[in-house]
Design a binder for this molecule. Structure first.
Ligand code: DOR
Ligand code: ZN
Length: 473
């Protein structure tokens, strides 16, 4: 093979996909992978990465991050959030709309697009908000380039009110016509508000009061409702941060019926429990809460049998004074996660909880499919974007909050001992992280190109659009 156009070769590593691990050299020309070939076949290129003893993975694709800008840039901005992603081996992120202003209008979307374009180190998609008042704007948001939508069925940071069921159904009807996917924060708000209010009145301020306010039934009800609306309308659905075992049967059944629903869970739900809540307190306050021991095992099982499709982080940075009150209700919910996901989960690979191939499936392959960017992303093969991570599985480190690139140092993983390290991260052929050091250029990241499958709307003749436009008498 001639190396005329090859600028970079990753040589000597083991290339991983969901179905294979092969010794191969990867040739890159500009932004694309041009060849994945047997070791030693390629002539020397002008730049080479020596990946001997390392594994070569598709960069992780995180369906769920909060980068806070515009509005809360003191917690995070697009530069720091995407730098953290790159250092953690994540090359694509989908960013949530609970910023200020929330991403539910064209003006707000433009503000966010400008922040992202100017600062991003990795590629990104931006979620539009689906709420009570913007149903008429959803199509404009699609036209202006959102990647998908987020519907906050339950309250969380930003306190965006949940839309009524009527608005949500109508919104799903519109998204179904366009084949777009809606991510839902599936917790029932009225149950949670009532329980929290009663506990505040009763003087409960302890960390576990947060869990008590948001029992699993909140998720069971909301997941069931979201699935009902998705199935009725044909809208694609994504369940954010699955935390408990309880609603899994609904999702398993829905998938078996052919509902296009994808499901994510996060490292904290797989690896932490209320025992950690007792020691970490407000730092671990998150929505939904980490559950009692036993749920994590069920989530692992659901990943293995396919009810849960992928790993995301819900990267949710806040500042120390916002997370440190003794009164749990005064602590902001969430913590950073995008930089620690891959080393922590690869440590689970080393511990035998999944294979490296499964990790690639759940961190890259499945989200690329869900968001319509496969095979541009999520795979190492000729023709794909060169979004590549080179990792060591025999060199670990102790996670130190001070070393995080996020503005939030409030990680619940401080002191966690990994057995794996992200050494290099490439985003569309550019080296963004080299020998675990950020060397990339802010502004290199660009909007992810997506092509969702054909829309498959259902019950169109009973949709709001049909009933108001076409009276039958
Ligand atoms: O704990 C959380 N924090 N859960 C969410 O769903 C949102 C997030 C945030 O934006 O801070
Ligand atoms: Zn979130």
């Amino acid at each position: 093979m001639s190396n005329n156009n090859i600028n970079l070769i990753i040589r000597g590593g083991k290339v991983v996909s969901p179905s294979s691990t092969i010794e191969a050299d990867v040739a890159i020309s500009d932004e694309k992978i041009v060849a994945v070939v047997s070791p030693g076949v390629l002539p020397k290129a002008e730049r080479e990465i020596d990946a001997a003893g390392h594994y070569v993975l598709p960069g992780a694709i995180d369906s769920h991050v909060h980068f806070r800008e515009p509005g809360y840039a003191y917690k995070e901005d697009w530069g720091t959030g995407t730098a953290a992603a790159a250092c953690g081996g994540t090359t694509s992120v989908f960013e949530m709309p609970n910023t200020n202003p929330p991403t539910g209008t064209l003006e707000a979307l433009k503000l966010k697009q400008d922040c992202a374009a100017a600062q991003a180190y990795v590629d990104y998609g931006i979620y539009g908000l689906l709420d009570e008042d913007n149903i008429d704007v959803l199509e404009d948001l699609i036209g202006a380039g959102v990647s998908g939508f987020k519907c906050f069925m339950g309250n969380t940071f930003g306190d965006l009110p949940a839309p009524s069921d009527g608005a949500m159904l109508e919104g799903f009807e519109i998204l179904a016509r366009h084949g777009y996917r809606c991510t839902v924060h599936a917790e029932n708000p009225s149950i949670m508000a009532r329980r929290q209010e009663r506990m505040v009145q009763a003087g409960r301020t302890d960390p576990l009061a947060h869990l008590a306010a948001r029992p699993e039934v909140c998720a069971v009800e909301a997941v069931g409702r979201a699935v009902a609306f998705a199935e009725w309308t044909g809208a694609r659905l994504h369940i954010a941060h699955k935390s408990s075992k309880d609603a899994l049967y609904i999702l398993k059944d829905a998938k078996a019926r052919g509902v296009d629903v994808t499901v994510e869970t996060c490292p904290h739900y797989l690896l932490m429990s209320t025992d950690d809540m007792t020691t970490l307190g407000g730092a671990l306050r998150v929505n939904p809460p980490v559950r009692e021991p036993g749920h994590a095992e069920a989530l692992w099982e659901a990943l293995h049998e396919g009810t849960i499709d992928m790993i995301a982080t819900d990267h949710a940075p806040h500042q120390p004074d916002e997370k440190s009150s003794k009164n749990i209700w005064e602590c902001d919910c969430g913590f950073p996660g995008v930089e620690t996901q891959m080393p922590i989960m690869l440590t689970q690979v080393n511990a035998g909880r999944m294979t490296l191939n499964q990790y690639v499936k759940w961190s890259a392959h499945a989200p690329a499919h869900a968001w319509g960017c496969y095979p541009n992303k999520g795979v190492i093969q000729a023709g794909s974007d060169a979004d590549i991570v080179v990792v060591s599985l025999d060199k670990g480190y102790i996670i130190d909050r001070e070393n995080l690139h996020s503005k939030s140092k409030m990680t619940v993983w401080h002191g966690f001992e990994t057995t794996a390290t992200v050494a290099w991260t490439l985003v569309r052929g550019r080296t963004v992280v080299e020998n675990s050091v950020l060397i990339g250029e802010s502004g290199w990241g660009k909007k992810i190109e997506q092509k969702m499958p054909e829309p498959a709307p259902q019950n169109i003749e009973k949709s709001m659009d049909a009933i108001v436009k076409a009276p039958r008498f």
